[in-house]
Ligand binder design. Structure first.
Ligand code: NAP
Length: 480
């Protein structure tokens, strides 16, 4: 298989606008999860390298903050165009390091680019205020200023979009940053740095460190007092550790954490639409999405029919390398993910669940898992309590609306929920009662750069995207 797109991308650290080796020229391997083969090696940053990246961001901050909104908007617009011009090669790069089917990777590049286009618009609309004090005699002048140098940490599951969702508003607001991608998928972020450099981003305004020492490199930066904000997307477990570290210097934080999305199908739903929605909500990214339908609650009068239709569609999906034509499901990210999904299925079966299709990992290379539908899954099964992050749909029956809502809310997470019903009043009522930051009402996907994305409870703090996304990178100053 050709490695041209992998060969072309820089494998070094991006610091102060320059490509540099890590200290002692340390590197680590990047694997193709579909085969387990080594794709390439990239620079493995030490804490000293990461500190250089933060120093570069700090040095560039004042000048970058002084650029005009129009200049920053133009850089983002050019970066949007470059991403779209290179959509296919960037998609292939992503497929090779992350595993998702090429068509899905193309979709992610377009989605990622859209954050730049969206925030190019927001950059020139940063507003303020001028008001009279209630008792008169004074005026309030309100203005927004960039927060300052930011630390951006991203996960492997959407290697490009999670980067642009943070870099877009950071650049629009006039904040410099150090970005650290996940060690499994550094190549997409490195390619993004190339795009930003070519789009005219000033040296030091965005820096990138790839590393296998996430904790050791990032904690000193968080505690340095030089960064003013941490924006993190990843697991709730790591998010909690980082929040504690941020408390030390009272850093601003944005936390996009784990999910455990309930997917509710009421007896009055259009079942074919609900199945189509479940396929999207479950199978986008092989189920490796924070928004993935994790628990599917179906009214007991329709659960058998729904299960049969869903199993038929899941069973027909073709597994394979993401670059092979016809592949609908790629591999999971690594062997640990494959083992975890298998263990969750086993636990559900041992508690009485029935396998309608799939149920295990196929023979052969790569970290694949066969698309699986389980029915009769009890609420106490681990698969209902934990984020599956794999192509497994657990079905559980309910009888009343109150029971469905109670089950949906029976979790410490609150990122997104899906509700399928043809009764609009019920749809809105249930949407209001479910504790989550987002609701898909008769929709299997709701992510849109122009809408605020984020969760409640242990799914996170703050919102990315939408008009409000830029405010996460701005401080409001009151001049009296
Ligand atoms: P993860 O293990 O929490 O890692 C996320 C990022 O944090 C990676 O870059 C990781 O780098 C880094 N990291 C790990 N330990 C760290 C530490 N001690 N200090 C600093 N950085 C550290 O999560 P993941 O497995 O990559 O991603 C899956 C999770 O992300 C799921 O829970 C998913 O729900 C969540 N997610 C949430 C959203 C959202 O918008 N809410 C979107 C996508 C994903 P290394 O792995 O290289 O160490």
């Amino acid at each position: 298989m050709s490695n041209a797109v992998v060969d072309q991308v820089s494998k070094q650290l991006f610091i102060g606008g320059q490509w540099v080796d890590a200290q002692d020229s340390a590197t680590f391997e990047v694997l193709d999860p579909a085969t387990g083969a080594v794709l390439c090696e990239v620079a493995d940053a030490s804490p000293a390298d990461a500190r250089k990246a933060l120093d570069a961001a700090v040095a560039a901050q004042a000048e970058f903050a002084a650029t005009t909104p129009r200049q920053r908007a133009d850089i983002l617009t050019r970066a949007f165009e470059l991403l779209m011009e290179r959509q296919d090669e960037l998609a292939e790069l992503m497929t090779r390091e992350m595993g998702k089917p090429f068509a899905e990777a193309q979709g992610e590049i377009a989605y990622a680019a859209e954050f730049f286009r969206h925030f190019a618009g927001e950059a020139v609309r940063i507003d303020g205020g001028y008001a009279t004090a209630p008792a008169g005699g004074a005026r309030f002048l309100l203005t927004k200023q960039p927060v300052g140098p930011c630390l951006l940490i991203t996960p492997w599951n959407f290697p490009m979009a999670m980067g642009t969702r943070k870099l877009g508003p950071a650049i629009a607001a006039g904040c410099t940053s150090v970005v650290k991608p996940a060690h499994q998928t550094p190549l997409s972020m490195l390619a993004l740095m190339e795009v930003l450099k070519e789009a005219g981003l000033p040296d030091g305004a965005a820096n990138c460190v790839t590393t296998t020492h996430s904790g050791a490199t990032m904690e000193p930066l968080i505690r340095s007092g030089l960064a003013r904000k941490l924006s993190f997307t990843g697991s709730t477990k790591i998010g909690k550790i980082l929040l504690e570290q941020c408390a030390d210097k009272v850093l601003r934080t944005s936390m996009e954490l784990g999910g455990n999305a309930p997917f509710l199908v009421f007896e009055d739903a259009d079942l074919d639409e609900a199945v189509a929605g479940a396929m999207l909500a479950k199978m986008r990214n092989m189920g490796e999405a924070c928004t993935a339908a994790n628990r599917i609650y179906v009214h007991s009068s329709v659960i058998d029919e729904f299960g049969r239709k869903l199993a038929e569609k899941m069973g027909a999906l073709r597994l394979g390398h993401g670059m092979d034509e016809g592949t609908k499901v790629g591999p999971l990210i690594d062997d640990a993910a494959q083992e975890k999904v298998g263990a969750l299925v086993q636990d559900a079966v041992s508690r009485g669940a029935t396998v309608l299709t799939g149920g295990s990992a196929p023979q052969g290379d790569g970290y694949f898992f066969t698309p699986t539908v389980l029915t009769g899954v009890p609420q106490e099964a681990e698969i209902v309590r934990e984020e599956i992050f794999g192509p497994v749909a657990p079905l559980t029956p309910f009888d009343t609306e109150d029971e469905a809502v109670a089950k949906a809310n029976d979790t410490e997470f609150g990122l997104i929920a899906y509700v399928f019903t043809n009764d609009l009043r019920r749809g809105l009522r249930v949407a209001e009662r479910i504790e989550s930051g987002m609701i898909g009402l008769n929709q299997g996907v709701v992510s849109n750069p122009a809408a605020p994305f984020g969760g409640v409870k242990e799914s996170g703090l703050g919102r990315e995207g939408g008009h409000v996304g830029i405010d996460e990178f701005l401080e409001l100053k009151y001049v009296g």
